[in-house]
Design a protein around this ligand. Structure first.
Ligand SMILES: Nc1nc2c(ncn2[C@@H]2O[C@H](COP(=O)(O)OP(=O)(O)OP(=O)(O)O)[C@@H](O)[C@H]2O)c(=O)[nH]1
Ligand SMILES: [Mg+2]
Length: 449
């Protein structure tokens, strides 16, 4: 864990800069009570708010509420004092400066939460959830962050670690005492237990993936031939005229990005230039950007006019792993009702009309289903890419362990794979962490949190 000294006393405004009803300054560390006493004598009893005149040797600053949270039962685990001032940036700065002059240090981003982690008040996934809750862009994302903050995600990861530990013990017992007949190869349950563990890992992975989309939003790229109605579809989804629509093929030349909410789910929609043999240099560059955007998409909407043969992902040299939903637009011209289903090639498709809006609800439902939005089962967690990567590494290691065991006499290697899996999961909660990882995580926080 961290080797950084955390023995100084830090101070920062906890409320955003600017004018407001109240602004809060937070002070944490071994000297917090001493320093606070020098601006707000006498300090109130723990966890009791009291109105005090706040003053420095240079004169009075404000009258405000003072709250004392002695460690270790405070947010950071250290002695913490909070000052509630009148919401003026000037007054707030004066108090922070006064406390710095007395010996406190201005806190960097996330330093309070970092201390909470280092003092065991929160694990790493919970600390990240603090930032995610603050940054959440929708009610559903906030709920997911709260579930993580309350430790639901950590508890599931910890349960997986415990299962792994039990399996390791079982495997390694077979290694240490082969003569006692604890023969791992003859352990018929081990196979089933490992397979069960893989399933559990997968379930947590799916819940975490939904959380990742809630947090980062779904990146949806609208692509297809010119004049198919791509920009019209973007405008329909956005609910306003985000992109220019004309009857001329080749209208859109650059990427048009819009951040929208689909029933509360954040979606970044990227409209692209129609894919065809370019007419000029500008269009050529637009098409190159379109392809680049497609390669990075969480989901590609392949839009074609409904009266034309269905487009195939192969027509556009999409990476095989890119999920694709085909949209057959302009159903109004064919007099067909909107519908969802599968095309002759088995690809999922939605028939709609971007012009009339018919079928847009079906598309929204498909998008929500794709992101697992509103999916009841167990909800989602405010997960990050690093959590998903760790879960993937753990699942990969368990799968290899299973293969090794099935292949024969290689219990030692299998046990090693389980150790790798355990370590990967430990990175999520911070049981295994490095200074570098902590630096990256907490630098994304706001100051004062
Ligand atoms: N009848 C009908 N016309 C549509 C529909 N959607 C789009 N259009 C028309 O098709 C033409 C092209 O629409 P755009 O949205 O600009 O098409 P695009 O795919 O963005 O075209 P490029 O940017 O040139 O690649 C416009 O005249 C639209 O009004 C639809 O559902 N039905
Ligand atoms: Mg367009």
């Amino acid at each position: 864990m961290s080797s950084l000294p955390e023995d100084d006393t830090i101070v920062a405004p906890a409320t955003p800069p600017g004018r407001g009803g109240v602004s809060i300054v937070r002070l944490s560390g071994p000297a917090a009570l001493d320093l606070a006493r020098r601006v707000a004598e006498p300090l109130p009893a723990p966890r009791r708010a009291a109105l005090r005149a706040l003053r420095t040797p240079d004169g009075p600053i404000d009258r405000g509420l003072v709250l004392v949270f002695p460690g270790p039962d405070s947010f950071t685990g250290e002695d913490v004092v909070e000052f509630q001032l009148h919401g003026s940036p000037v007054v707030t700065t004066l108090l922070v400066r006064a406390l710095v002059a007395l010996g406190a240090r201005e806190a960097g981003p996330g330093e309070f939460t970092r201390r909470a982690f280092l003092n065991g008040r929160l694990d790493l996934a919970q600390a990240e959830a603090v930032a995610d809750l603050i940054a959440s862009a929708s009610a559903e994302a906030a709920r997911a962050a709260l579930r993580s903050l309350e430790g639901e995600f950590s508890a599931r990861v910890t349960a997986l670690v415990e299962d792994l530990t039990r399996l390791r013990v079982r495997l390694e017992a077979g290694l240490d005492f082969p003569e006692e007949g604890v023969d791992d190869l003859a352990d018929p349950e081990l196979d089933g237990l490992l397979a069960g563990l893989l399933q559990d890992l997968d379930a947590v992975r799916r819940a975490a993936d939904r959380g990742r989309v809630l947090r980062d939003g779904l990146t949806l790229v609208i692509a297809g031939p010119p004049n198919a109605g791509k920009s019209s579809l973007l405008n329909r989804l956005a609910g306003y005229e985000a992109a220019i629509v004309t009857e001329l093929p080749g209208t859109t030349r650059d990427l048009v990005r819009e951040d929208i909410l689909v029933d509360g789910m954040p979606v970044r929609v990227v409209d692209t230039a129609g894919l065809r043999k370019a007419g000029d240099r500008v269009e050529e560059e637009g098409i190159r950007r379109a392809r680049e955007a497609m390669a990075r998409a969480d989901l590609v909407l392949l839009v074609g006019a409904g009266d034309e043969p269905p487009l195939a992902p192969g027509d556009f040299a999409l990476p095989a792993a890119t999920p694709v939903l085909r949209v057959r637009n302009k159903t109004d011209l064919l007099g067909l009702p909107p519908a969802t289903g599968r095309g002759p090639d088995g690809l999922e498709e939605v028939r709609l009309s971007a012009l009339t809006g018919a079928g847009l609800e079906l598309l929204r439902d498909r998008l929500k289903a794709f992101a697992g939005h509103g999916a009841g089962e167990g909800g989602s967690y405010a997960a990050r890419r690093r959590h998903l990567e760790a879960l993937d590494r753990a699942a990969g290691a368990v799968a290899r362990a299973l293969e090794l065991l099935r292949a024969g006499n290689t219990a030692e290697l299998a046990a090693e794979e389980l150790r790798v899996a355990q370590e990967a999961l430990g990175e999520i909660t911070g049981a295994v962490s490095t200074e570098d990882l902590l630096g990256r995580i907490f630098s994304e926080f706001c100051i004062g949190k």
